[in-house]
Design a protein around this ligand. Structure first.
Ligand code: PLP
Length: 394
């Protein structure tokens, strides 16, 4: 019945956990959700007001496909202010979230016969964006002890005449890893050598805690084949507004606009006015949120490392930690063998009502992902509960 393309993609990895968590909640169990991929703050007031004003002024109609010019101008202003990137509005397209931006770009550039390099562990959607086009995702190894920077030998060994692109995501979901400029430059050199398109998913660009973020396209003089993807979702706690954008090669942007024009028509008009305020209005919210996440990062990293047989590096960004739980795999809890990180994640949910995401779905069998977009109180409570349950595994 279905076209092949739908069989090439997988349902969201977190669905089973979400369903199980909902089941527990329905039984009045106090579930702590450490699986969320969005900041636990409300969208700032100035942004809400901009949306209300847009509605009052009647900006409730279709907009140009690539987004209103005012917003695309605001994006170029933001990029020069924060990222040292200088683009013209004609090199910008606004889409319905960063996810939509990445999806569209994959549709425009990749097809059957192509291969696209994705670094593992990867954000769950990257392989699916590639597979749905008919192209093949190829996974390259990274170094968990160095913020999940590439294993360059492995990377070059995975490139062949069919390789068309490479997807970089620093700060990363799920690891929180932030690559050094050296690692990025080395990756860009390889991409250049093989004439590859480089996708830089920078949706966590404002959430780095040890060093200021460097946008990848600033690290080379030849950025013509680099597409930069950013989003309002994480930076301004605007996940539900669905505004993301792509900047780069004008021809690619034009092709993406053509595709978008025949699919979603345009991004939501009201959200576009809100996004303009988000990007060029008061930025205090961002630094406040960053400081809160930084302090939670210390709390969760220290807490995890204090649990016997759990190791957790301090990730440079995003709001995830990715502890190694290999020790527990193959061991028993109440005479039941824990066969995988997914089993361990399910155990944490069933026994202590803590929702995490197993690394299996991110291409990392020995890890689980915990999001610290949760209150300090809940982080502390979940660490105590984790310590209790993990100490019983032998
Ligand atoms: C790595 C990464 N890229 C892109 C996105 C897309 O976010 P949005 O579509 O809300 O902009 C997410 C969201 O979780 C993400 O983690």
């Amino acid at each position: 019945m279905f076209a092949d393309r739908i069989n090439r993609i997988n349902p969201s990895a977190t669905l089973a956990m979400t369903a199980k968590a909902a089941e527990l909640r329905a039984k009045n169990i106090d579930v702590i959700n450490l699986s969320v991929g969005e900041p636990d703050f409300n969208t700032p007031e100035n942004i809400l007001n901009a949306a209300k004003k847009a509605m009052d002024l009647g900006f409730t109609k279709y907009t140009p496909g690539a987004g209103i010019l005012d917003l695309r101008k605001a994006i170029t202003e933001k990029l020069s202010r924060d990222n040292n990137l200088f683009y013209d509005p004609s090199e910008v397209i606004v889409s319905c979230g960063g996810k939509h931006s990445l999806y569209n770009a994959c549709q425009v550039l990749f097809q059957s016969g192509d291969e696209v390099i994705i670094f593992s562990p990867y954000w769950v959607s990257f392989p699916d964006f590639v597979s749905v086009t008919g192209a093949k995702p190829i996974f390259a190894e990274t170094n968990p002890d160095k913020q999940y920077e590439p294993n360059f030998k492995d990377l070059e060994s995975k490139i062949n005449k069919n390789t068309k692109g490479i997807i970089i995501n620093s700060p990363s979901n799920p690891t929180g890893g932030v690559w050094s400029n050296d690692a990025v430059i080395q990756t860009l050199d390889i991409a250049k050598k093989y004439d590859l398109w480089v996708f830089s998913d920078e949706c966590y660009e404002q959430l780095t805690y040890d060093e200021k973020f460097t946008s990848i396209a600033t690290l080379t003089k030849e950025s013509d084949k680099i597409l930069t993807f950013q989003s309002c979702s994480k930076t301004y706690s605007m996940t539900g507004w669905r505004i993301g954008y792509t900047v780069g090669n004008k021809d690619v942007i034009k092709a993406m606009s053509k595709l978008q024009g025949q699919s979603t028509s345009c991004p939501n008009s009201i959200a576009q006015y809100a996004a303009k305020e988000a990007l060029i209005g008061d930025q205090k919210f961002v630094s406040k949120m960053r400081a809160i996440f930084k302090s939670r990062r210390s709390l969760i990293v220290n807490g995890l490392n204090a649990i016997d047989n759990v190791t957790c590096d301090s990730p440079g960004g995003a709001f995830y930690v990715f502890p190694n739980v290999e020790y527990f795999i193959g061991k028993e809890n109440n005479s039941k063998v824990i066969k995988s990180a997914a089993d361990l994640s399910m155990l944490l949910l069933n026994e202590e009502a803590i929702v995490t995401v197993a690394g299996d779905s991110f291409g990392a069998r020995n890890n689980i992902r915990l999001s610290y977009a949760a209150s300090e109180q809940n982080i502390k409570k979940s660490l105590e509960k984790m310590e209790k349950i993990l100490s019983q595994i032998n």
